[in-house]
Design a protein around this ligand. Sequence first.
Ligand SMILES: Cc1cc2nc3c(=O)[nH]c(=O)nc-3n(C[C@H](O)[C@H](O)[C@H](O)COP(=O)(O)OP(=O)(O)OC[C@H]3O[C@@H](n4cnc5c(N)ncnc54)[C@H](O)[C@@H]3O)c2cc1C
Length: 434
Amino acid sequence: MKGQSIFWDRDLPEPALHGAAPLPDRVDVAVVGGGFTGLSAALHLARGGRSVAVLEAGRIGAGASSRNGGMVGPSFHKLGSAGLLARYGETKTLALMREGLHALDHFEALIRDEGIQCDLQMRGRFRGARTLADRESMARECDWLHRNLGLESRMVDAADQRDEIGSDTYRGGVVYLRDGGVHPRKLVLELARLADAAGAVVVPGCPVTALRHDGPDVTLATPRGSLRAGEVVLATNGYADRRSAAMARRVVPIETFVVATEELSPERMAELTPRGRMFGETGRVFMWYRPTPDGRRFIFGGRLARAGAGPEACKAAFAPSVARVFPQLDGVRFDHAWSGQIAYTPDHSPHLGMVDGVWLAGGYCGSGVTRSVYLGMKLARRILGQPGAETALDDLPFDKVPFSPFSRQGAALLTRWYAWQDARDLRRAAAAEG
Ligand SMILES: Cc1cc2nc3c(=O)[nH]c(=O)nc-3n(C[C@H](O)[C@H](O)[C@H](O)COP(=O)(O)OP(=O)(O)OC[C@H]3O[C@@H](n4cnc5c(N)ncnc54)[C@H](O)[C@@H]3O)c2cc1C
């Protein structure tokens, strides 16, 4: 987005890295993309004794890793338990859902054990029900998660909603107690610092322009010279293009928008989020929102603006939805607006593995903070031949997106169709519920 201003950049200097000028002649593993996935893989590969270079086209975390909402949790699966059961049956469903818990466990342990300073605050997430039918379906899902995975959550009646959120817009909701938030840019910079300290060569401003298989090695072309590598990891996710074609053919990039309010008074913040929770809501095209880690502002995100919208159009697109949830914020000033690319996959699932002679990890479908850090580690283990490399995702094929060159336009049309369906469902529910 031209003219954007990312809240997470405030008061954060660029990291001091050892860098590499010139690039090394050869490394064991070259990682393309310096976001959560690439840096997590690089950290574990370097600690496993491999020589590693991370080549990042922009600054460290130029992609989604510095632009996201920083909301973390088990991020189970976009299909939910009912969708997974219908597609894969019970055993596979449970294995896939458990992977979400493993990812969160790994994420929290890494932050704790490495002393990563990224404002991790595990204060839970309230998800509001926009209709009574949504609330019933969430109650069934929570019951299933508790019975099968022991996951704690709490249903909230509309009458008690004000204990969770300064809003009456929902028909109650659920609190996911194992969810929370981080400051995503602090996290990606900390991962870069750790990878650098472990011996990985982390090179921002170094786009890979072509890959060529050369005998047992791959040669990577960059404007700063070429580099040979024994293995290549493509960690380009929603920023993949023809230069990382194996990834680009398998994901649909979707632009997602975010705004951050001006500073709000402590009293107003306490009214909006009495327990410092993160927030989400039901619907196909929904808004997510959260307090900033310093507790002074609110951030709202979602696919609410048209692809390619500038900052002012983005702010205008969010204003009605923000006022719908929080009428007390009607007319609030947005100090920041930005966007980023998520990577969707045809089966709604992230993937990792080798395709066309290169390693890939990505396709987080918009829920990738914990899963990218986790799958980066898993991919590194696999390359290192270490135990504990397997995941429940391993046997899911990372299929190409049908009609890939048109997928961006297709996704934009689909978003508008979903928004229309949401509006229709809300009208019907309002008529039925009175
Ligand atoms: C607006 C937004 C909000 C989100 N909110 C959340 C959230 O609250 N919770 C959650 O769990 N997930 C969220 N996500 C998803 C999450 O941010 C991503 O899943 C995660 O950051 C993916 O990390 P990554 O390292 O795989 O990809 P990215 O961080 O996108 O990194 C890919 C990198 O590859 C680089 N690159 C591309 N091509 C080349 C090349 N040829 N040469 C060199 N480098 C290249 C890019 O510059 C980019 O830095 C959100 C995403 C967006 C966009």
